[in-house]
Each structure stands twice: as structure tokens, then as C-alpha cells.
Design a protein around this ligand. Structure first.
Ligand code: CO8
Length: 373
């Protein structure tokens, strides 16, 4: 058995930003137009009028101030309200692979590894732009990596579940150096015309290098233990899928072909799941909350993270102990906790311990116990 370690991490951040004010202005223009177009039906009670969105609500309900996206013009166009991405031929890299190359390049540079030394690529994300061939195999080829590659999807927990898969293979010796990469184009499966959720998501790509600790050439994080758990729930759901056209009701661009959630229920049900998951994981590892210098949590909602931090530590976390990045990036699905880790881990000293924890659709929860070496 070999000791696995995270030896590098990288973040690709899209160039385009949408502030809450910009988002709300576009949404409200769309809603005003919708209400005017349906004025008669609204007057006789056949159609519900659309209520306006508000930047104050978004900030207080979520803590989100802005989000990065791959295309803002389409999202902010009241005639469209979803991203406009350019057509690509099959002979050029796909958009997810392109984002992944940037994040993987940064992670490999941090680990001081060449791409040829990688023998496993896992592309773990909430959605993949095509069914096959796997995006991971395209990334493997573009990087010039060896070994094998595969895609996986556990929604918001894709990254931590991917880390567990890679760490287990490094531990067993079946691979020596793995890349777990998370290109998340949440803007593509978000319903921007629904004020209940239009502010929640953003785009990003993260990557980590996982290899034997004995091979590490610089500062790294020992992966002491990983734990994944799932529990079926319909409270976060997207019904788009490959059988869509086979069903009588599957052709239209229905609301449930995009992200759907019962946010209040998710909030209430996922919080206890996550707090007890982290508590039990620490206990089984022989660690206590007092051992933790840092919590790199999934980035969905500020109050949710505040609650989990308090519950796990048994006190209000000190500034910096539980860093949030959601104010800048919004919810980036599986990449959120990895952005927090990548941007807020360099200052830790050898011996410092921390936990990466993701949670979301499925439901799914994944935790990774780390120690700076
Ligand atoms: N502006 C103004 N008012 C609004 C807005 C808005 N934008 N949106 C809603 N309102 C109104 C509502 O209509 C409601 O009005 P009323 O009281 O009259 O009915 C009122 O404000 C309160 O609304 P909510 O009850 O919805 O507000 P909450 O306080 O519950 O906040 C949140 C909503 C922020 C969504 C909150 O419930 C939350 O964060 N929940 C947790 C959600 C979560 O963590 N989900 C994880 C999902 S991510 C995941 O698993 C990955 C999925 C795969 C990726 C998908 C990519 C697209």
C-alpha cells in the first residue's frame, strides 16, 4: 500500500463576470416583457405573473455577489436567457476539455509533474457535454498523458468522489499519478428565467494531482482518509437525458430539462446529513474537531456553510478557518470546495489538518481528510 497525497491544484476561472445587478436587470427585463405578452391571460388568472428578482434578496439569501460564466451575452439577453457558445467541429477540442487543460496545466505545474507522468485522468463533473467518447479521454490525449481515463458524475460531489477513486488506486498501486479534473459549465443547465434559482450557479474548472506521497517534490497534503455517502432524493433534479426524445412529453424545452430544486428542503435535509457525516468521519479517523485547522466546504450558500462550520467545530469558526469563495464564484457545483482548497491552503504548516467536504444532488456527501506535509 502507498500513501496518497494531493501534490498540486489548479483553477481555471472564465474571463466573463456577471454581477448581481447585471443579472437582475436582465431578468427583470425578461419578466416585464413576459408579463406584457401574457397580460390578458394573467388578468383572467390563467397565467401567473412573473415576480421581479432583486440583488438584495440574492445577497441575503445566498451570500453570492457575482459569478463567472463562459458566455454572459446570451445569459443577459432577455430574448435568449442562456449562454451562446460557438459551434465546434469534432476535430477541435471541446469546451470542457479546453477548460480542463488550463486547470490541469496549473495543477501539474504546482506538483512539478509533466503530463506524460500522469497515468489516470478522471473528469468528474455534474454534466458532460456529450455521451461519448469520454471527455476524460479527450483531456488525456490533449495533455499527452498515459494510462487510462474516464468520466464520472455525482453532481456536486463529483470532485470528492473522484478524489476517493483516484486516491484508492494510488494507494493500491494500480496508478502512480492521477489528475481529477472538474469542468463545471453550470450556466448551461441553469434556468436563468426562474428567479428562485437564476442567481445560484457559475462556471469554473478545478483540478488536483494525486500521487504517492513518496514521489512528491514539494509541499503536499497527505490524504489520510476519504468517505463518500449517498441517499436518494428528488429535491435536486434535472430530467434531461438521452431517452428524452423517446417519450411523448420529452420533446419540448420543459422547465424540468434544466436544474430544479426545492431549496428550502435541501437546506433542511442536507445540513444534518453533512454535519453528522464529517463528525463520524473524524471520529473513525481518531481525529477531533479541535484537530482541524481548515474546512474547505462545498460552496452553495453562506448560511449553510456558517451552520456546518459551527456544528462541526462546536463554535463560530475564526476568520479564515472556513473560507468561502461563493461570493465571487457562486455555486460551481463539484468545483466549489476545490476552489476553496486551491486558494486557501498554501498558508498551512506541516502537521496542519483539514477537511474538504462536498454535498448536493443525489443526495451525495464526500469528505477528504488531509494533513499538510
Ligand atoms: N428575488 C427576489 N425574491 C425572490 C427571489 C429573487 N431572485 N427568489 C425567490 N424569491 C422569493 C420567493 O418567491 C419567496 O417569496 P414568498 O415568500 O412570497 O413565497 C421568498 O423570496 C423566499 O424564497 P425561498 O424560500 O426560495 O428563499 P430561501 O431563503 O430558501 O433561499 C436558496 C433560496 C438560496 C435557494 C436556499 O434555499 C438555498 O440555498 N438552499 C440550499 C440549496 C442548495 O444547496 N442546493 C444545492 C444544489 S447544487 C447541486 O447539488 C448541484 C446540482 C448540479 C449542478 C446544477 C448546475 C445548474
Amino acid at each position: 500500500m502507498f500513501q496518497p497525497a494531493i501534490t498540486g491544484s489548479g483553477v481555471f476561472t472564465p474571463q466573463q463576470v456577471i454581477t448581481n445587478d447585471e443579472l437582475v436587470a436582465a431578468f427583470n427585463a425578461y419578466a416585464t416583457r413576459f408579463n406584457a405578452e401574457h397580460a390578458e391571460a394573467i388578468a383572467v388568472g390563467e397565467v401567473e405573473p412573473m415576480g421581479p428578482s432583486s440583488a438584495e434578496f440574492i445577497l441575503s439569501a445566498s451570500g453570492i455577489e457575482q459569478r463567472y460564466v463562459m458566455d454572459k451575452t446570451g445569459v443577459l439577453d432577455p430574448d435568449r436567457m442562456y449562454p451562446a457558445l460557438r459551434q465546434r467541429s469534432d476535430d477541435e477540442p471541446g469546451i470542457m476539455a479546453e477548460m480542463a487543460l488550463d486547470a490541469c496545466g496549473k495543477a501539474l505545474a504546482a506538483a512539478r509533474r509533466a503530463a506524460e507522468e500522469v497515468d489516470l485522468v478522471i473528469c468528474a463533473a455534474s454534466n458532460h457535454e456529450r455521451a461519448y467518447p469520454a471527455i476524460a479521454i479527450e483531456i488525456q490525449q490533449l495533455l499527452g498523458a498515459g494510462g487510462f481515463a474516464f468520466d464520472m458524475n455525482v453532481a456536486c460531489s463529483s470532485a470528492t468522489f473522484g478524489i476517493q477513486a483516484a486516491a484508492d488506486m494510488v494507494r493500491a498501486g494500480s496508478v502512480r499519478c492521477a489528475l481529477v479534473v472538474n469542468p463545471e459549465i453550470c450556466s448551461g443547465h441553469l434556468e436563468w428565467r426562474d428567479r428562485d434559482c437564476h442567481f445560484i450557479f457559475g462556471d469554473v474548472c478545478t483540478a488536483v494531482v494525486i500521487e504517492r506521497a513518496e514521489d512528491a517534490t514539494g509541499a503536499h497534503f497527505l490524504i489520510h482518509s476519504t468517505r463518500c455517502a449517498t441517499q436518494f432524493s428528488n429535491n435536486i433534479r434535472n430530467n434531461n437525458g438521452f431517452l428524452r426524445r423517446t417519450r411523448p412529453d420529452g420533446v419540448a424545452d420543459r422547465r424540468d430539462m434544466q436544474f430544479m430544486q426545492n431549496g428550502r428542503k435541501v437546506f433542511k435535509e442536507v445540513l444534518p446529513l453533512v454535519s453528522s457525516h464529517i463528525g463520524a468521519h473524524l471520529q473513525d479517523q481518531g481525529w477531533t474537531a479541535a484537530d482541524l485547522r481548515r474546512l474547505w466546504l462545498h460552496q452553495a450558500n453562506k448560511s449553510m456553510n456558517d451552520f456546518i462550520g459551527r456544528k462541526v467545530l462546536g463554535r463560530v469558526p475564526d476568520p479564515g478557518e472556513q473560507p468561502n469563495i461563493l461570493q465571487d464564484y457562486a455555486n460551481t457545483s463539484s468545483a466549489g470546495s476545490i476552489i476553496a482548497f486551491a486558494k486557501h491552503s498554501d498558508d498551512l504548516s506541516p502537521g496542519d489538518k483539514g477537511v474538504i467536504c462536498s454535498f448536493g444532488a443525489g443526495y451525495s456527501v464526500g469528505s477528504v481528510l488531509l494533513e499538510r506535509a
